[in-house]
Design a protein around this ligand. Structure first.
Ligand code: NAD
Ligand code: DAU
Length: 341
């Protein structure tokens, strides 16, 4: 089988490339990635040594480049991780989110229609459901929860999801969608909460916590997400949406304090900053469908996963320090400059 993995130089896509090479060594993996600020070829350094892996630099919204690749490679499966993925950036500049996340998805699916595939899989997010109140712990997102987005990022992901389902209904394109909760693990870009806190705590720098730190996220170890996507794209029903999550809700403050404890750093580093506009309160996934239909269950407990993640950041300082010494520092100063003064 030949699989195109878009966005494979990013966090989850990179982990997915390694998951596939390890668990399906018979398959060929072609990574298509534009290498935006979030794409990092260092992440794929080991994959590059594998003869079953190939990297192609291109934009998923570049029709000519995408058609050329499909023409040459004739893939069986396309799994689309490529996206602008950071909520705060989408608030600053929504346009590229619509361009990549919606128009890019359209180009990929048009290529799938033109050249023929057995499955187009869209990697989506629980953020398309909006948020849940903190005082209703009995409520969870199911696949039937209405789409109700808060940020330009989540709106662009929801727009893409609707387009994917429309291509199924109208053109019978064999699609599937997964909507996952917050991931954590190796290769997570240090603009996101967990790697940001780890890297800044190690440098004894103030740790920006939005609002009161009460917002809740449902954390899942990235390898569990990869296993779920692998199952759905190979065995999931066509035209279906599957939610992915491990019932692991934590407030941001709990997460930050857990990291500080493990690193033996003081809680006095925590600095409350102005809240994110439109900040979603709580995410919580009901994963019953993927469990019942495909037998998926998360394998990594948060206590173990966060320890492994911290250890990874400690043993791969070069990976994230290279990022922090580049463009990201300009971004950080722009985003947090006034908030941390
Ligand atoms: P990321 O930002 O770490 O990586 C995105 C990758 O896509 C980068 O390698 C980047 O270079 C590439 N890319 C961006 N625009 C592109 C374009 N136009 N053409 C080709 N490549 C492009 O993102 P991530 O956190 O790994 O998320 C991957 C996918 O999973 C996204 O679709 C995201 O919406 C979804 N998702 C993420 C999470 C999470 O917790 N991180 C949870 C659920 C779903
Ligand atoms: O739920 C899935 C989503 O999870 C994915 O679709 C997104 O691509 C991914 O980025 C993530 O979105 P979040 O907005 O939840 O992740 P982020 O790491 O940006 O923030 C996690 C929580 O921490 C959120 O409540 C905001 C808060 N936060 C974040 C940052 C960067 C802070 O308090 N301080 C910070 O500096």
């Amino acid at each position: 089988m030949k699989i195109i993995v878009t966005g494979g130089a990013g966090f989850i896509g990179g982990n997915f490339v390694y998951y596939e090479l390890k668990n399906h060594p018979e398959d060929e993996i072609i990574c298509l990635d534009k290498l935006t600020y979030a794409g990092n070829l260092e992440t794929l350094e080991d994959a590059m040594k594998n003869p079953k892996f190939k990297f192609v630099k291109a934009d998923i919204a570049d029709r000519e480049a995408v058609y050329k690749l499909f023409e040459e490679e004739k893939p069986d499966i396309v799994v689309n991780f490529a996206a602008e993925s950071h909520v705060d950036r989408s608030i600053e500049n929504p346009e590229i989110f619509l361009q990549t996340n919606i128009m890019g998805t359209q180009v990929l699916m048009d290529a799938c229609r033109k050249y023929g595939i057995t499955r187009y899989h869209q990697v989506s997010t629980d953020e398309v459901y909006g948020d849940l109140p903190l005082d209703r712990p009995d409520l969870f997102f199911t696949e039937e929860t209405p789409i109700h987005t808060s940020s330009p990022y989540s709106s662009s992901k929801a727009g893409a999801d609707l387009l994917v389902l429309a291509y199924y209904r109208t053109y019978k394109l064999p699609v599937s969608i997964t909507r996952c909760s917050n991931n954590y693990g190796p290769y997570h870009f240090p603009e996101k909460l967990i790697p940001l806190i780890i890297s800044r705590a190690l440098a004894d720098e103030p740790l920006p916590v939005y609002g009161k730190g009460e917002n809740v996220r449902d954390w899942l170890y990235v390898e569990d997400h990869c296993a779920a996507i692998d199952l759905v794209m190979r065995k999931g029903r066509v035209g279906e949406v599957y939610n992915i999550g491990g019932h692991n809700e934590k407030s941001n403050l709990e997460v930050v304090k857990t990291i500080l404890k493990q690193l033996q750093k003081p809680e006095s580093l925590i600095t409350y900053v102005t809240d994110r506009p439109g900040h979603d309160m709580r995410y919580a996934i009901d994963p019953t469908k993927i469990h019942n239909e495909l037998g998926w269950l998360p394998q990594t407990k948060f206590e173990d996963g966060i320890k492994q993640t911290i250890d990874w950041y400690l043993t791969h300082k070069e990976w994230w320090q290279n990022i922090l010494s580049g463009d990201y520092q300009n971004y950080f100063d722009k985003m947090y400059g006034e908030r941390l003064d």
